[in-house]
Design a protein around this ligand. Structure first.
Ligand code: 5GP
Length: 209
């Protein structure tokens, strides 16, 4: 099948409150499709067991993070549950390599990125219901009870913002692969948008005539 290739990858914002399983879903996309890349954010929160600096996040001190802000090193940042999180400008290079770049960021950052890059695609991942969300957070075992309460409260606030996104995907229990497939299909659909192939049709049919 011929597609009119866009020169750059798609900037794919994926949001979902803690416990929606967005990490698992994004992990599947990255594992299965070599043309997807992950934007490694900067944060001041402490690494969780198993997290590696430069892979899940660039773990910075508050001073280092504030230095990045001052030097225009982040395209957006926010404070979430007491810590800074931000998207590093340097990560956008992956788009130039033609990769679809996943920004796994919360709602404030997502809306800032949409304003800066109107052709970005914003996907909201929802859990199937409230109880599933809570049990996923509790079972993770890496959050304190206070942190779980804070994150649950924040989750409810974030769900109200789903209307500002382009797409919504429900991550059913045990079916993260289906959610990943849905996001992949969204990206394929986006790649075929006429608005993304601007110039390509002219190039094929009208230039070099
Ligand atoms: P966590 O501490 O669970 O890894 O992340 C907390 C929240 O911060 C999640 O909703 C995550 O998507 C979001 N987040 C991670 N990186 C960024 C970022 O660079 N910018 C923004 N705005 N949010 C981020």
């Amino acid at each position: 099948m011929t597609t009119l290739k866009t020169p750059k990858g798609i900037l794919l914002i994926v949001s979902g409150a803690a416990g929606t399983g967005k990490g698992t879903v994004n992990g599947m996309l990255l594992r299965d499709y070599p043309n997807f890349a992950f934007s490694v954010s900067a944060t001041t929160r402490a690494p969780r067991p198993g997290e590696i600096d430069g892979r899940e996040y660039h773990f910075l001190t508050r001073e280092q993070f504030e230095e990045q802000i001052k030097n225009d090193g982040v395209i957006e940042y926010t404070e979430y549950c007491g810590n800074y999180y931000g998207t590093l400008k340097s990560e956008l290079r992956k788009l130039e390599e033609g990769k679809n770049l996943i920004l796994e960021i919360e709602t404030d950052g997502a809306m800032n990125v949409k304003r800066l890059f109107p052709d970005s695609v914003a996907v909201f991942i929802l859990p199937p219901d409230y109880d599933t969300l809570k049990s996923r957070l509790v079972n993770r075992g890496t959050n304190t009870p206070e942190d779980i309460e804070r994150r649950m409260k924040r989750a409810l606030e974030e769900f109200a913002l789903v209307k500002d996104y382009d797409y919504v995907v429900v991550n059913e229990d045990g079916k993260a692969d289906e959610a990943a497939q849905a996001i992949y299909d969204i990206v394929i659909g986006e790649q075929h948008k006429v608005s993304r192939s601007e110039g390509a049709i002219e190039k094929i049919f009208f230039e070099n005539k």
